[in-house]
Design a protein around this ligand. Sequence first.
Ligand SMILES: Nc1ncnc2c1ncn2[C@@H]1O[C@H](COP(=O)(O)OP(=O)(O)OP(=O)(O)O)[C@@H](O)[C@H]1O
Ligand SMILES: Nc1nc2c(c(=O)[nH]1)N[C@H]1C(S)=C(S)[C@@H](COP(=O)(O)O)O[C@H]1N2
Length: 179
Amino acid sequence: MTPSARPARIGILTVSDRASSGGYADASGPAMHAVLAEILASPWEAVARTVPDGVESVRDALIRLVDDAHCDLVLTTGGTGPAPRDLTPEGTEAACDRMMPGFGELMRRRGLDQVPTAILSRQTAGLRGKALIVNCPGRPSSIRVSLLAVFPAIPYCLDLIGAARIETDPAVVQAFRPT
Ligand SMILES: Nc1ncnc2c1ncn2[C@@H]1O[C@H](COP(=O)(O)OP(=O)(O)OP(=O)(O)O)[C@@H](O)[C@H]1O
Ligand SMILES: Nc1nc2c(c(=O)[nH]1)N[C@H]1C(S)=C(S)[C@@H](COP(=O)(O)O)O[C@H]1N2
């Protein structure tokens, strides 16, 4: 099957000690699913997982989502801040072959329009094989801002790495593919 003929597989990884232990219901994973449903105009399927904070927990979950579940794109939420157990960027880097620092830069910049504490997120992005991994902050309200900031560049990034072809709803996100 050619990459464009199959639905994109998108991993949604919630990283939170409390959401993973039942301390509160995960609102960020469902928020991410809802924003993706709004943005995407081509077929896709979600693979949702929740793990506690930690370098190994995040690294191992990302490796499973890419290598075993064959995700084209994995979005994480939570664990990007300065608190001692906020280790999602380190787990992401451990799972990636190459980093894509522009994603974090742009999400922080757009986040500043929402809250002055956007700079406290160390959110980053990187590539593992034919998959793109992007971190978002944990607060449910930060998800839409973060994804709308970077999504215009995601379809072309997936093209370049040989992942599934995705299309966006232009009324929500104008994907940019240089001609
Ligand atoms: N997955 C989630 N579902 C619902 N609310 C969340 C989630 N992640 C974060 N939040 C909310 O955003 C706030 C700040 O997020 P942050 O990642 O700092 O949480 P946290 O206190 O570190 O969570 P934890 O200790 O469980 O990992 C939390 O206190 C919570 O109110
Ligand atoms: N757009 C946006 N970015 C944001 C926030 C937010 O509310 N909106 N919260 C900030 C805060 S308060 C923190 S501590 C960091 C890290 O959050 P995390 O540890 O939940 O990932 O994200 C920041 N980025």
